[in-house]
Design a protein around this ligand. Structure first.
Ligand SMILES: CC(C)(COP(=O)(O)OP(=O)(O)OC[C@H]1O[C@@H](n2cnc3c(N)ncnc32)[C@H](O[C@H]2O[C@H](COP(=O)(O)OP(=O)(O)OP(=O)(O)O)[C@@H](O)[C@H]2O)[C@@H]1O)[C@@H](O)C(=O)NCCC(=O)NCCS
Ligand SMILES: Nc1ncnc2[nH]cnc12
Length: 470
């Protein structure tokens, strides 16, 4: 497992820059207090040791916490939000909320105490005309802030200079590794946020470009019956289905998880109809209806009672839901191929388990290939999603690609294309992007499409959204 260095490639800042930034923050806070005298202001930054205060991984760190802190504000009216994620002295966020200072302070401290990355955050809560007395951390029922190396009183550790600089940095790297790498932490999100994350994932996938053979805003790829608008309409039409899946997962009482799949199957069939109505009969998201619906239901099941979970638990639940799926393939083994779907034909001819096999295994490429690729890629979201799509395409057996090529040998060609793309430096290099554009043309001329990999990209964007990775 790679040893992560959160601080790598980050710009070093001087003490003078840190002091200047303090002036900037203080002026910002005073202005917000004067602009919103009766509201409460939360100023959020990271407390990181050393002179590197920003990097791609530090921004992932901050983004994950910032989104969760905002969601913790219980829907109180927000007057203003400002986020400056790329400040050399560290990401900074300011949110102004119409709620009494003590309620807001409780939320901010609970976030620092309970969220795995929270103890590296520092949230200052203030109000110009605070109603009533501002309670201290202890008066609000919280202990003093704890040291992120040894759990003792943080102020005492700092005063005594108890920990070396390397120990402090290692604590940050270790927590990043635990949260993002070893077993990605998935916080509890309410149903509205989950539906939003699923819709975001469908839209983020289709706007990523240039994707080989696939639909994006610039090209219909190897498809003559759908374009980016078809996918946007389809994504929006699936929102009621996403809601049904998260609700089914959250309310499913103990029993065989195969019953949870059976429970959402009618909703899935209805979603396929809703998709066809939205797309005038075109199959845009058939695979995603299946895999994303199951993933959402599994996540819902693992986060009942507002518990947080980790990706491995969700994947185990996915696999348990799909325990009987390969039997479906067996049942059709001797039926004529005219009656079968693409995936079933491939099982009959090549014993390829297709998307059923992916669910049966627990969507393993999601944790083993896709999320590591997304985390490692440090360009724009578009570049990161392209790098991730290509990593997925080399890692799965995509039944749409096999169907269109008419031969599973296409998988070997796919692996070679991905290796060449990665050798060129991926989507963050012009050579990589030129290679992708050319590969798109090859796919179009050979009528090839990696619809299955595109669906996996949707699953990846969904999970990444839940954990604050994008
Ligand atoms: C189990 C079902 C998926 C249906 O079974 P089927 O045998 O059809 O499954 P597959 O053919 O194996 O795959 C179906 C779609 O899944 C995507 N996919 C393929 N391989 C993988 C993979 N390895 N990992 C993840 N996902 C995969 C893929 O979907 C995408 O591509 C489609 C667009 O490509 P295209 O070639 O254009 O497809 P068509 O339009 O059909 O062909 P053309 O006419 O254009 O040439 C698009 O669907 C993307 O999503 C595969 O297509 C499941 O649907 C099922 O059981 N349905 C019944 C109802 C149900 O239970 N639903 C809800 C359950 S929660
Ligand atoms: N962008 C896309 N183009 C073609 N098929 C897809 N299936 C899922 N996303 C797709």
């Amino acid at each position: 497992m790679e040893t992560v260095d959160v601080f790598k490639n980050g710009p070093e800042v001087s003490l003078e820059q840190v002091l200047d930034n303090r002036e900037w923050r203080s002026a910002k806070q005073t202005k917000l207090e004067n602009d919103f005298p009766r509201a409460t202001i939360v100023a959020v930054k990271l407390n990181l040791p050393g002179n590197v205060k920003n990097s791609a991984k530090i921004q992932q760190f901050f983004n994950a916490g910032w989104r969760i802190l905002l969601a913790s504000l219980n829907g109180w009216p927000i007057q203003s939000i400002e986020l400056d994620i790329s400040r050399p002295t560290g990401p900074e966020g300011f949110v102004v909320v119409s709620k009494d200072i003590n309620s807001v302070k409780q939320v901010a401290i609970r976030f620092e105490e309970s969220f795995p990355l929270g103890r590296f955050f520092d949230s200052d809560v203030m109000a110009k005309e605070a109603e009533g007395y501002q309670l201290s951390r202890q008066e609000l029922g919280f202990e003093a802030r704890r040291c992120f190396v040894c759990d003792e009183n943080a102020k005492a550790c700092a005063k005594a200079g108890r920990h070396s600089f390397d120990e402090l940095r290692q604590a940050v790297n270790h927590t990043y590794e635990q949260y993002f790498v070893q077993d990605p932490f998935l916080p509890y999100w309410d149903e509205r946020s989950v539906v939003e994350a699923a819709t975001f994932a469908c839209l983020a996938e289709v706007v990523t470009n240039p994707k080989p053979g696939l639909v994006d805003p610039v090209s219909m790829g190897a498809h003559d019956d759908m374009d980016v608008d078809t996918f946007i309409d389809s994504s929006l039409a699936l929102q009621p289905y996403f809601k049904e899946c998260i609700t089914a997962g959250r309310t499913f009482k103990k029993g065989q998880l195969t019953e949870l799949l059976a429970l959402i199957r009618p909703a899935g069939l209805a979603a396929e109809q809703a998709m066809k109505v939205a797309t005038n009969g075109v199959n845009t998201h058939k695979g995603a209806i299946f895999t994303l619906g199951i993933l959402i239901a599994a996540y819902g099941y693992c986060t009942q009672d507002q518990k947080s979970t980790t990706l491995s638990f969700v994947q185990k639940a996915v696999s348990a839901m799909g325990a009987h799926l390969l039997l479906e393939n067996e049942k059709v083994a001797d039926r004529s191929s005219q009656e079968l779907t693409a995936g079933q034909v491939q099982y009959q001819k090549y014993r390829l388990a297709g998307v059923r096999g992916e669910v049966y295994e627990g969507l393993v490429p999601l944790s083993d290939v896709a999320l590591p690729a997304l985390r490692k890629s440090e360009g724009t979201t578009n570049e990161r999603l392209l790098d991730t799509l290509m990593a997925i395409a080399a890692a799965i057996t995509d039944s749409t690609l096999v169907k269109r090529a008419g031969d599973p040998a296409i998988n070997r060609e796919m692996i070679a294309w991905v290796a060449e793309f990665q050798k060129l430096g991926g989507a963050q290099t012009s050579a990589g992007m030129t290679f992708l554009s050319r590969l798109d043309q090859t796919f179009i001329s050979r009528h090839l499409s990696i619809g299955g990999a595109a669906d996996y990209l949707i699953l990846t964007a969904f999970i990444a959204r839940l954990m604050g990775l994008i």
